[in-house]
Design a binder for this molecule. Sequence first.
Ligand SMILES: [Fe+2]
Ligand SMILES: [Fe+2]
Length: 158
Amino acid sequence: MGKKAREIAGVDLKDLIKDLDRAYCDEWLAFYAYWYMAQAVEGLGYEDMAEFLNKIAKDELEHAGEVAERIIELGGLPTNAPSKLEGNANAAYPGVMKKLADYAEIMKIVAAAEAGAIEVYDKIAKKTFGKDHDTYQLVTHILGEEITHEEMFENLKG
Ligand SMILES: [Fe+2]
Ligand SMILES: [Fe+2]
């Protein structure tokens, strides 16, 4: 981001970079939990759940990449070590189910993580609206996907 772009942005850049980095860490933790659960439930009869978890895991990893790119454009650096992800995130690690086929627990984990993500991106969207247009565009795009994840999950409940 150049001088003029910073000037018109009208946001506290340090604060925004911190918000984005927290979201970046959330994305990695969600990716890890979803991906892990997808591997664990793979097998006969669990195709739908594995497919669902793999699909949203892939989206979360993409979000991590998009958010990292924006942090760097803004002159920051995303969290640089796995050991720091939990400490720098908004929420604690979502965790994984204790019993392999515990659908109810998987759904609880996903619901909580998606609700958290929706809140996080909604907050950043409100902060950047009418100010930092590029970040606003990115976070509303991601927010739309988080809303879809929540919906997919609710539909899966049947
Ligand atoms: Fe995400
Ligand atoms: Fe999500």
